[in-house]
Write a protein that binds this ligand. Structure first.
Ligand code: PAF
Length: 271
């Protein structure tokens, strides 16, 4: 595995290949990332993973500072997975140039996480747009756990007629049901249990509301989640996953989206 800290040397290397399959990450690698990488490795292109904790997508400095980082462990894992290239840029490498494309932020960026984390998606699109201009990947692998992020990146790519193709990858879950996330590391055993109970409750709820939408009573659901151990609930809403519009009646394509806190850890998922 070749490691790059500078975009010019990386670009020189990529030029020698037929193209790259790109897996962008913020490190703290888990089974979700491993699954993205394994899918990328099946493509005919070289697999390039990036690790960059992007300060511009954190709406709280404390969250940026406490975000899990373990680059040594990540590098070991990436070598084991036989990743071709790893890019660990500095802030200047990413933000020290003016991108050709301006970021396109679809209006659905104001919903769900966009409402509760001001500037978050603008920060995500900014960094992804820069990565795309540096790398020009053939494929970009993204997980459906962060579905709103995936949707907005797709909209940006469509609007700007960028040639990279987004590969949507299924959410990987722990045995207890909760979605793999770098943030799970902050949960102790009891908190893991709370997260798992909340997942099971919402999983069953989704099944029930598919049959009878009357059962979707947000204030009651929020009370139940608090009872199960959530500290605060940002949102719990049903969205059509094709057009990202809130649904009023159950239809086949809707997902239940939720974000909540266990102590200071914010967890998001959709089922
Ligand atoms: O999902 C993530 O880890 C990040 O939001 C991404 C896509 C790597 C951009 O910083």
């Amino acid at each position: 595995m070749k490691i790059f800290k500078d975009k010019h040397t990386l670009q020189k290397e990529i030029l020698k290949t037929k193209g790259t399959s790109f897996v962008p990450t913020m490190g703290g690698l888990h089974n979700g990332h491993i699954s993205l990488i394994k899918q990328s490795k099946k493509s005919k292109f070289k697999t390039l993973v990036s690790i960059f904790v992007n300060p511009k997508q954190f709406n709280k400095k404390s969250d940026f500072r406490s975000y899990p980082r373990n680059t040594k462990k990540d590098i070991k894992l990436l070598k084991k997975l036989k990743v071709d290239y790893l890019y660990i840029p500095t802030f200047k490498d990413i933000y020290g140039f003016r991108p050709k494309n301006k970021v396109f932020l679809d209006k659905s960026s104001k919903k769900l996480c966009g409402k509760f984390r001001k500037g978050h998606f603008k920060g995500v699109l900014n960094v992804v747009n820069r990565f795309i201009e540096i790398i020009r990947p053939r494929y970009i692998y993204l997980g459906k756990k962060d579905y709103q992020q995936l949707y907005l990146i797709k909209k940006h790519i469509e609007r700007k007629k960028i040639k990279s193709k987004i590969i949507e990858c299924k959410t990987i879950r722990e045995n207890n049901g909760i979605a793999c996330s770098s943030r799970n590391i902050a949960l102790n055993k009891d908190q893991m249990k709370i997260a798992s109970n909340i997942f099971n409750y919402l999983y069953k709820l989704k099944k029930k509301i598919k049959k009878s939408y009357k059962l979707f009573k947000i204030s009651k659901i929020k009370r139940d989640l608090i009872y199960l151990g959530a500290k605060k609930i940002d949102y719990i809403e049903n969205y059509n996953i094709k057009d990202f519009k809130k649904i009023k009646k159950p239809n086949k394509k809707f997902n239940l989206f939720f974000a909540y806190y266990i102590k200071n850890t914010r967890l998001i998922d959709n089922i």
